[in-house]
Design a protein around this ligand. Structure first.
Ligand code: NAD
Length: 475
């Protein structure tokens, strides 16, 4: 039985989690669609303006108690939450499979096990976090920012929430969460996890709703001390502007156009690995990750070799098993616009074969386009779908210049047989993360963007730093 053939169940969520209790929401109902089948799988009640007020007031009232709890006490609650989430991991994978479309196996590994690893790394970082330090006659105190509004996207419905909420709670801040309208169901279950873990009332509050209403109310609210946003660069820009009225702290995790750079000295074996990993990274989650390595930059004299390797690697990404659909009809239309002739420049050629698409659902064929012009729309804009551009470079300097020829600066990769030269190249790439020769994801390492990919850092100690004010006390 494929994912699409499973019997449909419609989840009804009409109550919001505010101040430690479930109570009816006052906003309009919103339907949640399964992007694999286009069936309605959920109906939620959104928060009203009044609900947002109640949630912010609850978070503000809970702050003095939670922020002054000892680290071992906060740790105990977070560890319980982690364990409850782990017990319910299959249920979360099932929800994410239905609301976001990821094949079930990927839903478990990427969407549930990764946030669990991030929780572990954050709880570990909390144990040695320098809440106080000495500097001459000063005592340096790191104090939680206060009420943090977390506004999250649909591409990773649980992970993007965990990377914001857990560091905030670890620091001693209180949280109001507005999850993405397309994928709100996992957030309701997360509220149940916190409730089961005994998180004190008001420390975590859930207000689902549209960005323009609920997100905007939170961003403007004078009692919200920090907005932590993950989403598109245009909305990030709007949020930064609106938040400026109250000069609140803003963390922005935005879009990307990350490059995988193959240096000239890369041997054939490493090139094969580079192409395989870049294709996999670019197609991960249907290409809907902010860090997607969507540009593969290779020496011009290796372009044919790279095209063959990429076509073979891409053929393994079968729809429905390794690759899910796009999130919505709008997103599919947007991604298809990048596959039109001319989007990659005059010389661009498609090197993958077309896969038959299921009749229902927002599917697109995973696609590799080669000989892409580095200034073309395909090479410059974030596609947010399974489309890889291969770009030829004359030499290593030009490869790095092409990698940096972007308004974004989120992720990247470098491949080279001389590891030191590859590390030197990584230092020249203006992004918040770079993986050298397939370096593994590290849930404790700082994550965030240069340039228009955002401001602030998440994960581990850096994620806790991001929700802390720093105070100097002289004596
Ligand atoms: P989006 O910007 O449309 O929406 C993100 C969230 O912001 C949603 O909850 C939405 O309701 C809310 N929102 C929309 N308008 C708002 C407003 N005016 N005020 C306040 N909130 C508002 O993004 P999306 O389409 O859900 O997600 C895809 C984007 O997210 C991509 O660009 C992707 O690169 C980016 N992303 C970035 C990261 C990162 O860590 N850098 C991670 C994942 C996704």
């Amino acid at each position: 039985m494929t994912d699409a053939q499973r019997p449909n169940e419609v989840t009804r969520e009409s109550e919001l989690y505010i101040d430690g209790v479930w109570s009816p929401g006052g906003g309009f109902d919103l339907e949640v669609e399964n992007p694999s089948t286009e069936e309605v799988i959920g109906v939620i009640t959104q928060a009203s303006a009044e609900d947002v007020e109640r949630a912010v007031a609850a978070a503000k009232a809970a702050f003095p108690g939670w922020s002054t709890m000892s680290v071992p006490e906060r740790t105990a609650v977070l560890r319980r939450a982690r364990d409850v989430l782990a017990e319910r991991a299959d249920m979360f994978a099932d929800i994410i499979n239905r609301e976001q479309g990821s094949p079930l196996k990927l839903a478990r590994a990427l969407h549930v096990d990764t946030p669990l690893a991030v929780m572990d790394a954050t709880i570990e970082a909390l144990q040695s976090y320098p809440f106080t330090a000495e500097l001459g006659n000063s005592l340096i105190r790191r104090e939680p920012a206060g009420v943090v509004a977390a506004i999250t996207p649909w591409n990773l419905p649980l992970h993007q929430v965990i990377v914001k909420v857990i560091p905030a709670l670890a620091a001693g801040a209180t949280v109001v969460l507005k999850p993405a309208g397309l994928t709100p169901l996992a957030a309701f279950e997360l509220a149940r996890v916190f409730d089961a873990a005994g998180l004190p009332a008001g420390v975590f509050n859930l207000v689902p709703g549209s960005g323009r209403v609920v997100g905007d109310l939170l961003t403007r609210h004078p009692d919200v001390d920090q907005v932590s946003f993950t989403g598109s660069t245009p909305v990030g820009r709007t949020i930064a502007g609106v938040a400026a009225a109250t000069l609140k702290r803003v963390t922005l995790e935005l879009g990307g156009k990350s490059a995988s750079v193959v240096l000239a000295d890369t041997d054939d074996e490493l090139l094969a690995k580079a192409v395989k990993i870049t294709v996999g990274n670019c197609f991960l989650n249907g290409g809907q990750t902010c860090t997607a390595l969507s540009r593969l930059i290779v020496p011009a004299d290796r372009i044919e070799q790279t095209e063959q390797l990429a076509a073979a690697a891409a053929a393994k990404y079968q729809l429905g098993t390794r690759l899910g659909p796009l999130i919505s009809a709008d997103q599919r239309k947007e991604v298809e616009s990048f596959l039109e002739a001319g989007a990659g420049g005059a010389d661009a050629v498609t090197v993958t074969t077309v896969q038959p698409l299921p009749e229902r659902g927002h599917w697109v064929t995973p696609t590799v386009v080669s000989r892409v012009d580095p200034d073309s729309r395909l090479a410059q804009e974030e596609v947010f779908g399974p489309v890889l551009s291969i770009i030829a470079a004359a030499d290593d300097d030009e490869a790095i210049a092409i990698a940096n020829n972007s308004i974004y600066g989120l992720g990247g990769a470098v491949w080279g047989s001389d590891e030191q030269a590859a590390l030197d190249a990584a230092a020249r790439i203006r992004t918040g993360q770079v993986d050298v020769n397939g370096g593994a994801f590290n849930p404790a390492a700082p994550f965030g963007g240069y340039k228009q990919s955002g401001t602030g850092r998440e994960f581990g100690t850096y994620g806790i730093d991001d929700v802390c004010e720093i105070k100097a006390v002289q004596r």
